[in-house]
Structures are given as C-alpha cells and as structure tokens.
Design a protein around this ligand. Structure first.
Ligand SMILES: [Zn+2]
Length: 324
C-alpha cells in the first residue's frame, strides 16, 4: 500500500488558492514515466501507477511550484533509495566508492570548507551537521583543522561507510528519506549544512522548522545546491528525463527566500567567485539565521506559470530536434 498525500494548501504559505501548473501532464512531467514496470526488490509494484500524475500546482499567493500528490514526510525507507538510484541513474553507490567520485567530492569539500571558514562559520570546536555529506570531506576537514564535533547524513550506504571511516567514528547516519530525524543526534548545532534538501523534502516546512529547532543559539544553517528554476529551466537540457520525481518544490530565488522567511529565517546569499560563480548563480547557497517569521514580498504565480510554459516549449523543440 503506497501512501499518497494530496496537498490542498501551499506547502510554503498555506494558501488554499492554487492553480494547476500544467494544462496536462505526460512523460515530461515526471522522471518515473520512462521507467518500465520492473522495480527494485522490495518496492511495491503499484508505485509507478500511484504516481503517474504528480498534480503540479502553483500557489496563487506566493508563486511556489510544488507537487500536489506526494509521499508522506516519513515512512519512505523501503523505496526512497532504490527508486532514487533507478530513476535518477545514480550508479556510484558501490564499495569502495569510484575513485573519480571521491576525488570530485574531495575538491568540492575543500572549496565548501574554505567558503564557510572565510565567513567565520567554523569556529574552534564547533558542532557541525552536514546533511547529504557524501564522502564526509567537509566534516573531516573541520574535525582535523578546527577540532569540530561532526555529524552527518547521506542517502548512500557506501558514502556513509566511507565517511565514517574517514572520520574514525560512527557519526554519519543513513538518510531514510528527505525529512531526516535530526533530533536523533541529540545535539544542537553551531552550523548545519543542508545540501539540496529543501527541494527534496516531502514536507519542506517541517524540515525547515526541524533544522531551525536543531540550531544552537547564534547557530547558522547553510543551504546549498538548491536550484533556482528561474535559471535552470532555461536550458534545453533541463529535466530531459522528465521533471525529477524527487524534486517536490521547484523554487526560484524569489520563492525560496520568501518561503524560508515564512519559516523563520533571515537569508544572506553567498555568491561564488571565478569558475564557481556560474554554478552558484544557478544552484543557490544561503546563510540562514533564525529570525521571527516574516511575510515579505513573494514570487508571483504568473511568473512561475510563465517559467513552466517556456520550459515545456523548449522541451518540445529539443525533442523535435533530437537535441537530447
Ligand atoms: Zn504559497
């Protein structure tokens, strides 16, 4: 039995004024559509038929684009990882991890460590949590250089094993789904780095509040790799396998910022320099600090609808020209 949540209020602002995001949904609108009926062992065969239609919605009030039919926040462990690997073609969950993957994460981890250190976010002995920490490189650097007390989560068992070995302790846990039980760590954190989680969360408000509640006084949340769909949807290659089933909110900068403000954060955008500038323009990084929830300017439904319409047009052209 697959549980489905039919969302009838905006996941960000709670408004009941919603519009369908697309006139009709086909294989372009979910990456599950191109899978044959053969699912990984242990996954209910009804999974694909249950989620044939995502029921994409746009909030008339704040402009957030989100999946109207989605799994619940918790209880996804039997299918989340195997379906993610199958549908998004993630082949690196092998032990030992592929060398090129480890090299890539070592380079990325060093850059991220530099960015956070430069902004004074890694103090001596800081308690740090990295969600989707991959090989745990950021945590390893913070532990070795700053005596940080480090914790992590990742979706892939091979990454969890690799990270724990690199750290020499058992601090990295397996993520069972996109709403981690952070309070299980039993620690309040000075720094939480949340890698591409808010886009994935089945209940983004719940996740944002969990993260907020897990920060120590004066602590900071850094959200990274959250796609700005106002930019990413402009590529002819965008969502060429169909919209990623695991993306439940398709944010733009405007809607991400307004959602996070509603959930009780004040945001500061981190811009990249040199070669990283373009990546950070499309895949947003923010320092988020606790504040009172505010209802400032939001995105607009018309703008979100326009983005999706031009993406659909581009997909049709790309398919006609067989660009991808
Ligand atoms: Zn809304």
């Amino acid at each position: 039995m697959i549980e489905v949540v039919h969302v009838d209020r905006c996941v960000a602002c709670g408004s009941k004024e919603l519009r369908p995001a697309f006139a009709r949904e086909d294989q372009r609108h979910t990456s599950l559509a191109r899978l044959s009926g053969e699912l990984p062992e242990g996954v209910d065969p009804a999974f694909l038929s249950t989620f044939t239609k995502i029921g994409w919605r746009i909030c008339e009030h704040c402009g957030v684009i989100f999946a109207g039919n989605r799994p619940p926040a918790h209880g996804c462990e039997s299918w989340y990882l195997p379906m993610f690997k199958l549908s998004e073609e993630r082949g690196y969950d092998v032990s030992p991890l592929p060398e090129s993957y480890v090299r890539g994460k070592a380079a990325g981890g060093a850059v991220l460590y530099g960015v956070l250190k430069e902004r004074g976010l890694i103090a001596r002995g800081a308690r740090i949590l990295h969600i989707r920490c991959a090989t745990g490189e950021l945590l390893r650097l913070a532990k070795e250089n700053d005596g940080a007390d480090v914790w992590g989560f990742d979706f892939f068992p091979s990454c969890v094993a690799h990270a724990n070995e690199a750290l020499g302790e058992d601090r990295v846990k397996l993520l069972e789904g996109p709403n981690p039980r952070i309070s299980d760590c039993g620690v309040k954190f000075d720094l939480i780095v949340s890698n591409h989680m808010i886009t994935h969360a089945h209940d983004p408000k719940l996740l944002a509040l969990d993260l907020r509640g897990s920060l120590a006084d004066g602590g900071a949340l850094v959200t990274c790799n959250e796609p700005d769909h106002a930019k990413t949807l402009k590529s002819f290659r965008s969502y060429r396998r169909g919209i990623n089933f695991f993306h439940k909110q398709l944010f733009s900068e405007e809607t991400f910022v307004s959602s996070m403000r509603r959930w009780g954060y004040e945001l500061e955008r981190i811009a990249g320099t040199g070669g990283r500038a373009r990546k950070l323009e499309k895949y947003m990084m923010f320092i988020c600090r606790k504040s009172e929830p505010t209802h400032g300017p939001a995105g607009s439904a018309a703008k979100s609808a326009g983005l999706l319409r031009s993406w659909e047009r581009r997909r049709r052209v790309a398919e006609l020209l067989r660009l991808v």
